[in-house]
Design a protein around this ligand. Sequence first.
Ligand code: PDD
Length: 289
Amino acid sequence: MTRITYLNGQYIAHENAMVHVEDRGFQLADGVYEVIAFHNGRFLDGGPHLDRLEYSLRELEIAMPLPRAELEAVTRELLIRNDRRDGNLYLQVTRGVAPRVHSFPKNPVPPTLIMYLTEPVWPTEAEIKNGVSVITLADQRWARPDIKSISLLPNVLAKEKAIRANAKEAVFIAPDGATVREGSSTNAFMVDANGALVTHPANGAILSGITRNVVLALARKEGITIEERAFTLADISTAREFFLTGTTTRVLPIVSMDGKSVCGGKAGPVAARLYTLYMAHIAAQTGDA
Ligand code: PDD
């Protein structure tokens, strides 16, 4: 079956989905994106993802390419046309095609809207059960990681370094050399020595992850103490647990950092419980078993 991609109002064969050389996304990384999981033919947390898309666009003064209801209709149509029930939707909006200048185009142009479906690569059972390794790196991103910008060069280099170090993720450390911000495509949590669940506040220095926010809500319902505050590398050395969250990562324990074992080298019960609750959240929303 032909893979169908949506590009600026048209459903076309994926291999023919091309943008212009002067698309501002291509030349200047002048655009934003979202990755939304779907299960059983239904989107997971689609509302919050589209809220964040609208936020990112607003912050960059890029017009919403379609009214939200029409945009949602396209997302559903893509599942039908591709006959897919499980996967991820990649959605990207750029400022459009215009002669290359750094400033916004003088004459407004329509934004470029791209949507297509990708194969999910969920963490393996072994990774969820036994945990994964991370490396730490200085956060070299721009000062607005709260915007889900397609300008991902520091994230690209960080993930490649992680992979070359046989690690799953690179965790960004703030310029103070100590504060743990987030992963290159994930948010970071720890369970401190008192059992509190701690994660960096969504104060502009990280992406306000949709999975992060769902996991916080699930933990709150469980009666787990939550502290949205900065935590450091030193805190991890005394933490009970350390883990990642994200659309493609779900809830993933970390057992090694920069080649040294952390949290006793074992995945902990809080991450396991939150993973179970997160999978139940998927099932409740999408009917996925
Ligand atoms: N990444 N932090 C960063 C820097 C991210 O890029 C992402 C998502 C997250 C997790 O956010 P969410 O729970 O909303 O997926 C945190 C996507 C999946 C990506 O770039 O592919």
